[in-house]
Ligand binder design. Structure first.
Ligand code: SAM
Length: 386
């Protein structure tokens, strides 16, 4: 492996000459492996130079830092046994190494980077998910903590959801300062997001919470209660019930993630009635108003196309939900929860209770106008709130 040796020499020299930018190793020998790349940079940690290696897997990145003494053999090992390609970026030249059927190739190009990057340690985001035992029991991670095949999208959604709640809590610092925070998760399903939220709030944010999942399917309720018991999540429990029949006691946060069709409206209604400070929902399917659509001109040009009618129904349903939240004293926001690459159900509606009273009439007028434009007679949430 003469050319590989030459590349390693160039790499080591670039570190000594301080013109090293980055070394990227790619094309895993094992095509089935989840590890796709290793990206190596130099960073100062406690005033000492280290290699920071990002191990890029199909669904996640793992970063590890090594002192130079340990780092060089680690990188050599990756080049010998894991990766077939290497790209060395220095401020002098870019070097590319490839190994194909035992044939080595090494060539240089003009440098992509003309300045050495700041050797600062990327501040790692603090881990929001501390405990992973429940993720294993729920089938998201395997025993070794690796994301199970086909669960990558759900795992991303879980992490994103916890991030969203973290940022909402920063904006609502009052939560948790007035005793136990009461949270209800309506249509909690297998509890993926419920467990992660409980774990984050209690073990990371150190907030005293009582979280209850409400779910129509009894087998899921039993399963989730067993997992909660195994993990010693004492203030987390699951109850069997239908959202519309469920009596909510004092509630601080109401959650409804991917609750089917009008179950989202039932949940928002319950949250408003219970005076929840925060209402967080990610609607699922939107059938209720689509059936009534009879759009006026020129909107009828849009609803004439099946798929656009469907999308328009989603947009109008969620807009009316947000306006109804506003009419009932909430500041509403709607944003993309998680990229559409991971799920089609990716819109999140948040209602944060306003401190000041609001003027209801202008908002109700907006809803009326919107309904008229699309020929909608009833929006389910509106009828619940009457
Ligand atoms: C798509 S799953 C979502 C589960 C979980 N919230 C999540 O996002 O991973 C929807 C869950 O809501 C439950 N569900 C739907 N309508 C319901 C209702 N009216 N009352 C209680 N549970 C309901 C279903 O049984 C199902 O488990």
């Amino acid at each position: 492996m003469l050319k590989q040796k030459e590349l390693v020499g160039l790499f080591e020299q670039s570190v000594v000459d301080d013109n090293f930018v980055r070394l990227t190793l790619s094309r895993n020998i094992d095509k089935t492996a989840t590890l796709r790349k290793a990206i190596i940079k130099l960073v100062f940690i406690k005033k000492k130079l280290h290699f920071s290696i990002v191990y890029r897997h199909a669904t996640n990145d793992i970063t590890k830092n090594f002192g130079l003494k340990d780092g060089y053999p680690m990188i050599q090992e990756l080049m010998d046994n894991t990766f077939l390609n290497a790209a060395l970026f220095t401020t002098e030249k870019d070097w590319f190494y490839e190994l194909n059927k035992n044939q080595e190739r090494l060539y240089a190009n003009k440098p992509t980077f003309t300045k050495v990057p700041k050797r600062v340690h990327d501040k790692q985001k603090p881990k929001l998910i501390v405990n992973t035992s429940y993720l294993v029991q729920l089938g998201i991670l395997d025993e070794k903590g690796r994301v199970q095949k086909d669960k990558g999208a759900k795992y991303k959604q879980i992490k994103k959801f916890v991030e969203v709640v973290e940022s909402l809590l920063k904006k609502n610092p009052i939560l948790g300062k007035e005793g136990t925070v009461q949270i209800y998760d309506m249509g909690s399903g297998k509890g993926y997001l419920t467990f992660a939220l409980y774990d984050f709030l209690t073990n990371n944010a150190q907030i005293d919470v009582k979280l209850t999942g409400v779910e129509a399917r009894p087998e899921l309720v039993t399963f989730c209660n067993e997992v909660a018991k195994k993990d010693n999540f004492k203030q987390l429990s699951f109850k069997e019930g239908f959202i519309s029949n469920f009596t909510l006691p004092k509630t601080d946060i109401l959650i409804a993630l991917h609750a089917c069709d009008t179950a989202t409206d039932d949940a928002i209604h319950k949250g408003i009635e219970a005076g929840a400070r925060l209402i967080i929902c990610a609607p699922c399917c939107h059938k209720q108003i689509r059936k009534q659509f009879n759009a006026t001109k020129p909107l009828d040009s849009i609803t004439a196309f099946g798929i656009l009618k469907e999308r328009q129904a989603e947009v109008v349903t969620d807009t009316i939900r947000a306006l109804l939240l506003e009419a009932n004293g909430y500041k509403a926001s709607i944003f993309e929860f998680i990229s559409t690459d991971h799920t089609g159900k990716n819109v999140m509606i948040i209602g944060q209770k306003e401190e000041m009273p609001i003027e209801k009439e202008p908002i109700l007028d907006k809803i009326k106008a919107l309904k008229q434009s699309f020929g909608i007679k009833t929006h389910y949430l509106e009828t619940l709130l009457k």
